[in-house]
Write a protein that binds this ligand. Structure first.
Ligand code: 5GP
Length: 187
């Protein structure tokens, strides 16, 4: 269990799933793999806000490539832990992606609705190539077929927080990934 501040309650128990060290090792491996795949071409990392910000920061620094990055934001979640099923673009890119090697960087692949929607949208802008990198994958939750090109860890169907992932904007700054326990996880 992790103490998350003075407001902590019994319902907000966090069970460790991945340590900061495990994540660092895996992200470094992903960086080596991606670098080998694209070398010597430059890439544009497109991070999906807000959850992917921390993963993108670490992944970008693990690449041995010329890499730039941009962000967009999409939303399919309300206040609870289940997707509403409707994806909306909340913030668009500031860069033109045509003729560039784009890698969409996402914190977690769950139902697949968000990445499916974003990849369709980005493909219409004619990137030179389009791939996806996710830190976490919950394949058992898929509602649309979607396979990420680079996956950090495959995890079971549990709501997780930390390393960028939130529950109602909390826990994003935790260096590891945790299962959110107690009644809160069933909201
Ligand atoms: P999808 O569209 O694949 O269902 O979901 C992608 C988005 O759902 C992620 O970017 C993330 O914001 C949210 N999400 C899915 N599963 C989890 C989870 O276990 N924890 C958190 N914090 N967010 C999740």
């Amino acid at each position: 269990m992790v103490s998350t501040g003075p407001e902590e309650t019994a319902a907000s128990e966090l069970e460790p799933l991945l340590t900061a060290q495990q994540i660092a090792v895996r992200v470094a491996e992903m960086g080596v793999r991606i670098s080998a795949d694209y070398e010597p071409e430059p890439v544009l990392l497109v991070g999906v806000l807000k959850g992917a910000a921390i993963f993108l920061a670490d992944l970008a620094r693990s690449l041995h490539l010329e890499a730039s990055y941009d962000f967009l934001a999409a939303s399919s979640y309300g206040q609870g832990t289940r997707s509403s099923g409707v994806v909306r673009l909340i913030k668009d890119l500031s860069e033109d992606i045509s003729s560039r090697h784009v890698i969409v960087v996402e914190d977690i692949l769950d139902t697949g609705l968000t990445l499916n929607y974003l990849c369709r949208l980005l493909r219409e802008r004619h990137p030179k190539s389009l791939r996806t990198a996710v830190l976490l994958d919950k394949p058992s939750r898929r509602q649309v077929p979607f396979k990420a090109d680079y996956v950090g860890f495959t995890i079971p169907d549990e709501f997780v927080v930390g390393y960028g992932l939130d529950f109602q904007e909390r826990y994003r700054n935790l260096p590891g990934v945790y299962r959110l326990g107690g009644s809160i996880a069933k909201v």
